[in-house]
Write a protein that binds this ligand. Structure first.
Ligand code: FES
Ligand SMILES: [Fe+2]
Length: 450
């Protein structure tokens, strides 16, 4: 394997192509990134009742996430301590226990071993059941309903891991009633490395007008627009009218999270005015209570990624989990992100639009999927793989912002947040301690910058 410390160069701007293809690098990612980071599991709204559970993965490790009888959230590895069989094959449900299909050991919703068939007749009552529970994750916590866990007992608390990213997400998650993810998720498989969609969502404003030119045009027509009156994102179509001044920002926060925000365009891709009307209704409260910056962030359209493998678009209401399934394959899980207090018809409309745009066969998802597979597949060639790819855009135009946390660049077409992601990736891959990675956040309340 290549020298890990040389895979990312020029402050995050240059990536060695082997990181999108090499099996050994992928295995090291499992150990140094997925076994250490806080990883998204589910939203509390998916498991509200005692006994509710879902199954998911942390890296390649299969886990069960459940709501125990005492109301606590629990997560443990979905593999029987007897001979290793999966103890749960369902994707979600409600249960009192998980019973292994092989020899019948049964576990409670806290993962503890409850019953062992023939315990008296074969173990002569000499088995210490406390020793054979399902292996627990080291830490589990929620942030505004989003449930995360880590296998690393030394990982800092979730809020410290999220840092300024949580500060930004509060702009739309800290609303009356909170937010929820509508599931069950749509599912698909893409033949690409897991980092490719993460970088697409963390900051690829560059491809919007180009790769999605036809989709933008179709949406514009669906909106009944055309001629002089067009959707605000149509100015990016074909790169004909992109203007960096005052149209938006790109942000990289410590820990490898990041986003791009286009001001005043949260509802730009919608064909039903109900969403814009909801935003206008909510904005008044947000402006009055938390100030102008909060209102501005709430009305922007966001593309964003939470390190390492979770992304969302606020405005287009899609929430993505990119599950690694080998160096060249991912399983994609797509939920719809809504505010809990929205009327039911609006939620259903948003779920339908998410399906049309970023669902498995969505107009924009299919544009992206082909490009993501292309960016990975070209590295099959041994000589190709010896080369590098480049994310150096916007380096001359980024830095601290007088009012917002993180490294900020003006204009949404930049690669500032890519570089932050790859700096964090390189830190973790080189085995740095949490202290060395200085994940501390410069958290401030929205009120402080208002
Ligand atoms: S493998 Fe699960 S009970 Fe034997
Ligand atoms: Fe896209």
């Amino acid at each position: 394997m290549k020298d890990v410390s040389a895979l990312i160069q020029e402050n995050g701007a240059v990536q060695d192509r082997s990181i999108y293809w090499d099996r050994d690098i992928y295995e090291l990612e499992q150990e140094r990134i997925f076994a250490r980071s806080w990883l998204f599991l589910t939203h509390e709204s998916q498991i509200p009742l005692a006994g509710d559970f879902i199954t998911t993965r942390m890296g390649e490790d299969e886990v069960i996430v459940s709501r125990h009888t005492d109301g606590s959230l629990q997560a443990y590895i979905n593999s029987c301590p007897h001979r290793g069989n999966q103890v749960c094959y369902a994707e979600m449900g409600n249960t009192k226990s998980f019973t292994c299909a092989y020899h019948g050991w049964a576990f409670g919703t806290d993962g503890k071993l409850i019953t062992v068939p023939l315990e008296h007749e074969t173990y002569y009552d000499n088995i210490d059941k406390a020793r054979f529970g399902l292996q627990q994750v080291a830490q589990i916590e929620s942030y505004r309903g989003l449930v995360f866990a880590t296998f690393d007992p030394t990982a800092p608390p979730l809020m410290s891991f999220l840092g300024d990213m949580a500060w930004y997400m509060d702009a739309f998650m800290d609303v009356p009633g909170g937010t929820e993810l509508l599931g069950p998720p749509m599912k698909s498989i893409l033949d690409c490395n897991w980092k490719v969609p993460v970088e697409n969502f963390i900051g690829d404003g560059y491809h919007v007008g180009w790769a999605h030119a036809a989709a933008l045009d179709a949406i514009n027509r669906l909106q009944g627009l055309g001629g002089a009156e067009t959707n605000p994102l149509m100015s990016m179509q074909g790169n004909a009218g992109y203007n960096p001044d005052g149209t938006g920002i790109q942000v990289s926060t410590l820990g490898g999270h990041g986003m791009g925000i286009i001001w005043e365009t949260a509802a730009a891709l919608h064909v039903n005015p109900a969403y814009g009307e909801w935003l206008a209704y909510r904005t008044e409260t947000i402006r009055a209570e938390r100030g102008e910056w909060a209102a501005k962030l709430y009305n922007g359209h966001w593309d964003a990624s939470i390190f390492p493998n979770c992304s969302f678009l606020y405005g287009t209401n899609t929430f993505k989990h990119w599950q690694p399934a080998g160096p060249r394959s991912i399983e994609v899980f797509t939920w719809t992100l809504v505010e809990k207090e929205m009327p039911e018809e609006l939620k259903q409309y948003l779920a339908m639009m998410n399906m049309m745009t970023f669902g498995t066969a969505g107009m924009l998802e299919t544009d992206d999927g082909e490009n993501m597979e292309g960016c990975t597949g070209s590295n099959r060639g041994w000589m190709t793989r010896q080369g590098k790819v480049y994310a150096g855009m916007g380096q001359v135009n980024e830095g601290p912002h007088p009012e917002l946390p993180g490294i900020v660049s003006e204009g949404i077409v930049a690669e500032t947040s890519y570089r932050g992601f790859y700096r964090a990736w390189a830190d973790m891959m080189s085995g740095k301690s949490w202290e060395e990675m200085s994940r501390g956040a410069s958290r401030r309340s929205i009120k402080e910058v208002a």
